[in-house]
Design a protein around this ligand. Structure first.
Ligand code: GDP
Ligand code: MG
Length: 295
C-alpha cells in the first residue's frame, strides 16, 4: 500500500482566525463521534481545479497546479494531522485523453487506492462551464463502473471558479441552481438506475473559489458572491457526508479485479439465452418445419 507521510497541518495557521475557530469546532464534532480520520478522493476532468481545491483546503501548496499541462498518470495522497485528526486528500489525474476515458489512468487510480477506504468522493467541476458535455458523462460513468454506484452515496460535488459572474442576466442563485441541476442529471444518467435517482438528487454541492483574488469578509475569510465563507462550509459538508449513515467504500482486490460491481445482472444472461432458445427459437423452428411439411 502506498502510504503518505502524515505531516502537521501547518497550512491551518494561514487561515483567517474566524475560519480556524470554525474548523476547530468542526474537528471537535468529528472527535465527539470518534471519527479521527477522513480520506477524500478528488476526481474530475483535467483543469477543473482539483489540485487547487486540495491546496486551498490545506492552506499550502501541497500538490502541483498546472494550467497548461496534463497532470501525469499517478495519483498523490497528501496527509495532514491536527489535534489528533488526520485528513487524507487524494489528488488524481484527469481521466480524459483525446476525448476518451483513459482506462490506464483509471486502473492506476484503482490500484493506488487498494486497501484504502474512501470516506468521501469529491467530484470537481467548474461552475462557469455552461453545458454538460459528453466528457462529464464519461467521467461519471467511469467512476460508477470503477467503484460501483454506492460511491455516489458518499459524494459531494465541488464547483470551482465560483466568483464568476452569471451569464445572461441570471442571478447568482439561479446560475448555481441551473448548473447543479444539470450535473445531478448526469449523475442520474451515469448511474443508469431509477433507484439511484433519489441518491443523485441528494448529493450536496459546494461552491469554491481557489483564486488568490477571492473576496474576503470583514473577518478576512474567503467569501463567495453569496457571502458564504467557503472553506468552513466545505469542511462542514465533508462531515455531513462522512456521517450520513452510508458505508465508506473499502477498496479491496474484489472491487478492483472482480466483476464490475454494476454488472451483476449479467449473470442472468445464460438463463435469458436458454429461455429464448426454448420458448422463442424452438417454437419458431417447429412452426417453420410444420409450414415446410404442409407445402
Ligand atoms: P486540475 O487539473 O483539475 O488539478 O486543475 P488545477 O488545480 O491544476 O487548476 C487548473 C487552472 O485553473 C490553474 O491555472 C488554476 O490556477 C485555475 N483554477 C483552479 N481553481 C480555480 C478557481 O476556483 N478560480 C479560478 N479563477 N481559477 C482556478
Ligand atoms: Mg491537478
Amino acid at each position: 500500500m502506498t502510504s503518505a507521510i502524515t505531516r502537521d497541518w501547518v497550512g491551518f495557521n494561514t487561515f483567517a482566525a474566524a475560519t480556524q475557530t470554525q474548523l476547530l469546532q468542526l474537528l471537535k464534532r468529528l472527535k465527539d463521534e470518534n471519527v479521527n480520520k477522513l480520506t477524500i478522493l478528488v476526481i474530475g476532468k483535467c483543469g477543473v481545479g482539483k489540485s487547487s481545491t486540495i491546496n486551498s483546503i490545506l492552506g499550502e501548496k501541497a500538490v502541483t497546479v498546472n494550467a497548461f499541462q496534463s497532470e501525469g498518470l499517478s495519483p498523490v495522497m497528501v496527509s495532514r494531522s491536527r489535534t489528533g485528526f488526520i485528513l487524507n486528500l487524494i489528488d488524481t489525474p484527469g481521466l480524459i485523453e483525446e476525448g476518451y476515458i483513459n482506462n490506464q489512468a483509471m486502473e492506476i487510480i484503482k490500484n493506488f487506492l487498494l486497501n484504502k477506504t474512501i470516506d468521501i468522493l469529491l467530484y470537481v467541476d467548474r461552475i462557469d462551464t455552461y453545458r454538460v458535455d459528453n466528457l462529464d458523462k464519461m467521467v461519471i460513468g467511469a467512476i460508477t463502473d470503477g467503484f460501483g454506484k454506492e460511491i455516489w452515496k458518499k459524494a459531494l460535488i465541488v464547483l470551482t471558479h465560483s466568483q464568476s459572474s452569471p451569464p445572461d442576466g441570471l442571478s447568482y442563485d439561479e446560475f448555481f441552481s441551473i448548473r447543479s441541476q444539470a450535473l445531478v442529471k448526469v449523475v442520474q444518467d451515469g448511474t443508469r438506475s431509477k433507484k439511484y435517482d433519489t441518491v443523485a438528487s441528494t448529493i450536496p454541492f459546494v461552491l469554491v473559489e481557489n483564486s488568490g483574488k477571492c473576496n474576503k469578509n470583514v473577518d478576512d475569510e474567503k467569501v463567495l458572491p453569496n457571502g458564504i465563507a467557503w472553506i468552513p462550509n466545505l469542511v462542514k459538508t465533508f462531515i455531513e457526508v462522512a456521517m450520513n449513515g452510508c458505508k465508506s467504500i473499502s477498496v479491496d482486490k474484489k472491487l478492483i479485479e472482480g466483476p464490475n460491481p454494476n454488472d451483476r445482472g449479467k449473470r442472468y444472461i445464460p438463463l435469458i439465452l436458454a429461455f429464448q432458445y426454448f420458448f422463442v427459437i424452438k417454437p419458431i423452428q417447429r412452426s417453420i418445419k410444420r409450414d415446410i411439411a404442409r407445402h
